[in-house]
Design a protein around this ligand. Structure first.
Ligand SMILES: CC(C)(COP(=O)(O)OP(=O)(O)OC[C@H]1O[C@@H](n2cnc3c(N)ncnc32)[C@H](O)[C@@H]1OP(=O)(O)O)[C@@H](O)C(=O)NCCC(=O)NCCS
Length: 152
């Protein structure tokens, strides 16, 4: 069992390209590396966070300025590509990433964050204060998803 403590990791802004090292094994395993390039990754209003565990990039998350048709808040960001390397999952690193992201979003005066959550990740987002909104839907090659949101 891997032990993690706060001294073992830090979080900083990274490039879209850097996210691929974690997106690929966790979110696009067995698929071409090009599948790790997400729409709007390179926009000036998009930012990417990397969590470095013992100086190795081990977790990533992306936030883009994008409104959901299900929400009416004025400044919304979409959370995308949330992933922690498999051997480090379940150690609160994903939670640390979302907390850090929400601090940045509040500084940007955002009032809501939302995501399309894989069914398996719904408990993780609920634990982090997100709620389901609307009906579940299917994303080809990935599976059943739920839109979830959190007011900031
Ligand atoms: C979902 C994910 C980002 C959560 O990060 P994490 O560091 O493992 O999560 P934390 O340790 O901060 O939070 C733990 C909670 O996440 C959930 N969780 C833990 N391991 C998980 C896993 N392998 N897959 C999904 N959810 C998991 C549980 O609800 C857990 O709560 P519990 O400890 O009370 O049971 C990470 O597990 C992951 O990368 N999973 C695979 C990729 C994925 O599904 N990404 C989300 C796409 S929408």
């Amino acid at each position: 069992m891997i032990q993690t403590s706060k001294e073992d990791f830090f979080i900083k802004i990274i490039t879209a390209q850097e996210t691929h090292a974690v997106r690929h094994p966790v979110l696009r395993s067995g698929r071409p590396i090009e599948d790790c390039i997400f729409d709007k990754d390179e926009l000036d209003t998009t930012f990417h966070l990397g969590l470095f565990h013992k100086n190795k990039l081990s977790g990533v998350v992306t936030y883009l300025k994008n409104g959901s048709p299900l929400l009416s808040n004025t400044s919304q960001y979409q959370l995308r590509g949330m992933a922690v390397l498999e051997d480090l999952q379940g150690h609160n690193l994903g939670t640390a990433l979302t907390k850090h992201g929400e601090t940045i979003l509040r500084n940007l005066k955002a009032d809501a964050v939302w995501c399309n959550a894989r069914e398996i990740a719904v408990p993780f987002y609920k634990k982090n204060g997100f709620e389901i909104i609307g009906e579940p839907f299917h994303i080809p090659k990935i599976g059943l998803h739920f839109t979830m949101y959190k007011l900031l």
